[in-house]
Design a protein around this ligand. Structure first.
Ligand code: COA
Ligand code: AMP
Length: 621
């Protein structure tokens, strides 16, 4: 088998041939005659993603293999669905959607906790060629309303509640509040009633999922163009309005299928577990689509790494279900390490079947890497990607050729991604010199073709800064061996416990407070969650307020408007914000201070004392 260098070279020199070969791994209704045209992949191919994820495996003899295991320590249940059972449920859910008027190309919003119906809902949309948009359960009503107004769904699929270790989160009142705030009106909402907190249904608008599905006729797969959208996933940009990342059907199926064997080294029939949430891209790609496209068994885990009930939770799941590949965020490992530094809980379980631990979502700090590698005695693999790309940009592709691991680096670019480090003038940085991490166009299949209903923002956000290159928003460097080091975002996006948040969005909420004159929100380094948002707030003159009380009000406001996921707990009242003489807030310098990076006081600064005040405040955080 060709090694990494050869595979990578072919993918860059002959992308059309490379991906046409990968496309043979997918069952097409009409095979594409060309791999790419005008920046779109497989332009004349036709397929159905749900067919490839379910029916195809049933037809080829995997019908009795578990497709989905729902392991839920928060409800004390474990349920398993074979490929045949999952297909049956998905076909009925698709029939239900069709009976509610959902057709190919219509959008459907899914706002659900980690229940099997979330996976079924996504695949049911794919079956009809409808476009799903999953909204993470930790977002508040207003964030849901913004997404409903932008996606304009015909139907919303939700559940009565989610279960966090410390509380039951009633989802339905949040959905009702979102629909009151939104201008768009979906025709129907279908609600999964959970016994922990059944919801009131609005007559005429709301339906009970169980009943509606039981009454539905199963629907067959609808053939769609490879370039038709499969889903929209909103992610945080630098402003308050989220970006609707669009994923197509054909390129996505090809890339994800290819990644399972080549990046993750996972084979059909194996158990693959991504401990994330269906509301994030990791959940879309590696809980739902990729493992099923590859004929694996996927695990849907409704719990936490710690506290459900103890820091052995992950090891129990791995051992009980025979997980071969585990994928999670470094923050989850840090949470386990904090509660069980000696790894005693891991020793209680038979982990001999576990072959690889993959980590992504935020930078993998070398301490966490070493702790996990020593504890598990298997390769611990950092890999780097983002919602926009949908699958890894840099990784140790163990299915092609395992490369030596360098802690702190997600190894090398994955075949298909021509990663270039550029300086502000667009020149390539020599090895070891940090710059903007970009990908020279064309992007490989599966990456975003555009932003939903916003082609201009797509071009502006990603393609304009360095023409001919896709801007990732991360900074980093390549070393002399071609290993990539990703050092963090160079824009106003922060990463809190593997969750991507916009400081701009939090600033918009903080600025709504009646006593706030101006504010800046930055991500401050946190041992557990990587970063935490902290607001620096200047009060309006004459606002004689107790800073602690203002902080409490702001914390409540952000939780109400954005949601608990923001983990917003700190607002520091300062006398002024550091600015340039032209009045621009020195966010970049504030970010450097917060990251503990060396910084210089810019010569354009209006008042150096303002920067010192912030630096002192950050140090005391
Ligand atoms: N629905 C409702 N609320 C949710 C939620 C959901 N789906 N997910 C999280 N929340 C709430 C939590 O209950 C918490 O609320 P609180 O402020 O009342 O405690 C808040 O949002 C923050 O949640 P979280 O970031 O999960 O923090 P935590 O302190 O509960 O747990 C970790 C910390 C590290 C254990 C947890 O963040 C974790 O498992 N992270 C892994 C992240 C991950 O998988 N990322 C995906 C990319 S791979
Ligand atoms: P998201 O779109 O939510 O997946 O977040 C993507 C962002 O998370 C990236 O742009 C990075 O800033 C960060 N990220 C993800 N994986 C890694 C990693 N392995 N190392 C460093 N940063 C990462």
């Amino acid at each position: 088998m060709a090694g990494y260098d050869e595979a990578y070279r072919r993918s860059i020199d002959e992308p059309e041939r490379f991906w046409a070969e990968a496309a043979l791994g997918i069952a097409w209704d009409m095979a594409p005659s060309v791999a790419t045209r005008d920046g779109r992949w497989f332009p004349d191919g036709r397929l159905n993603t749900c067919y490839n994820a379910l029916d195809r495996h049933v037809e080829s003899g995997r019908g009795e293999q578990p497709a989905l295991i729902h392991d839920s320590p928060v409800t004390g249940t474990i349920d398993s669905y074979t490929y045949a059972e999952l297909r049956e449920r998905v076909a009925r859910a698709a029939g239900m959607l069709r009976a509610l008027g959902v057709e190919t190309g219509d959008t459907v919003v899914i706002y659900m906790p980690m229940v099997p119906e979330a996976v079924i809902a996504m695949l049911a949309c794919a079956r009809l060629g409808a476009v799903h948009s999953v909204v993470f359960g930790g977002f508040a009503a207003r964030e849901l309303a913004v997404r409903i107004d932008h996606a304009r769904p015909k139907v919303v699929l939700s559940a009565s509640c989610g279960i966090e270790p410390a509380r039951v989160v009633a989802y339905k009142p949040l959905l009702d509040a979102a629909l009151e705030q939104a201008a768009h009106r979906p025709a129907h909402c279908v609600i999964v009633q959970r016994e922990q907190c059944p919801a009131d249904l609005v007559p005429g608008r709301d339906l009970d999922w169980a009943r509606a599905v039981a009454e539905a006729e199963p629907a067959e797969c609808v053939s769609v163009a490879a370039t038709d959208p499969l889903y929209i996933l909103y992610t945080s940009g630098t402003t308050g309005s989220p970006k609707g990342v669009v994923r197509d059907n054909g390129g996505h199926a090809v890339a994800l299928h290819w990644s399972m064997s080549n990046v993750y080294g996972a084979a059909p029939g194996e158990v693959y577990w991504a401990a994330s949430d269906v509301g994030w891209v990791v959940g879309h790609s590696y809980i739902v689509y990729a493992p099923l496209l590859a004929g694996c068994t996927t695990v849907l885990y409704e719990g936490k790494p710690v506290g459900t009930p103890d820091p052995g939770a992950f090891w129990r799941v791995v051992s009980t279900h025979g997980v071969r590949t585990l994928f999670t965020a470094p923050t989850a490992i840090r949470a386990i390490k904090k509660e069980d530094p000696s790894g005693n809980f891991a020793k209680k379980w038979d982990l001999s079947g576990l072959r690889h631990l993959f980590l992504a979502g935020e930078r993998l700090d070398p301490d966490t890497y070493h702790w996990a590698a020593d504890l598990l005695g298997i390769p611990v693999i950092d890999h780097w990607w983002q919602t926009e790309t949908g699958w890894p940009v840099a990784a140790n592709c163990v299915g092609i050729e395992p490369l030596p691991i360098k802690p702190g680096s997600p190894t090398k670019p994955v075949p298909g991604y021509d990663v270039r480090i550029l300086d502000p003038d667009g020149r390539e940085c020599p090895p070891g010199v940090e710059g903007a991490v970009t990908v020279k166009l064309p992007l490989p299949p599966g990456t975003l073709p555009t932003l939903y209903r916003d082609d201009d923002r797509f071009a502006e956000s990603y393609l304009t800064r360095h023409p001919g290159h896709y801007l990732t928003g991360d900074g980093g460097y390549l070393d002399t061996d071609g290993y990539l080091y990703v050092m963090g975002r160079i824009d106003d996006v922060i990463n809190v416990a593997g969750h991507r948040l916009s400081t701009g969005a939090i600033e918009e909420v903080v600025a709504e407070h009646a006593d706030v004159a101006e504010c800046a929100v930055i991500g401050v380094t946190d041992q557990l969650k990587g970063q935490l948002p902290v607001a620096f707030v200047v009060l309006k003159s004459g606002a004689d307020r107790d800073p602690a009380q203002v902080e409490r009000e702001l914390v409540a406001l952000v939780r109400e408007r954005i949601g608990p996921v923001a983990a917003f707990k700190r607002a520091v009242v300062v006398s002024r914000l550091p600015k340039t003489r032209s009045g621009k807030i020195l966010r970049g310098t504030m970010r450097d201070i917060a990251a503990g990076a060396p910084y210089t006081t810019p010569s354009t600064i209006e008042d150096p004392a303002a920067l010192e005040e912030i630096a002192t405040a950050i140090k005391s955080e």
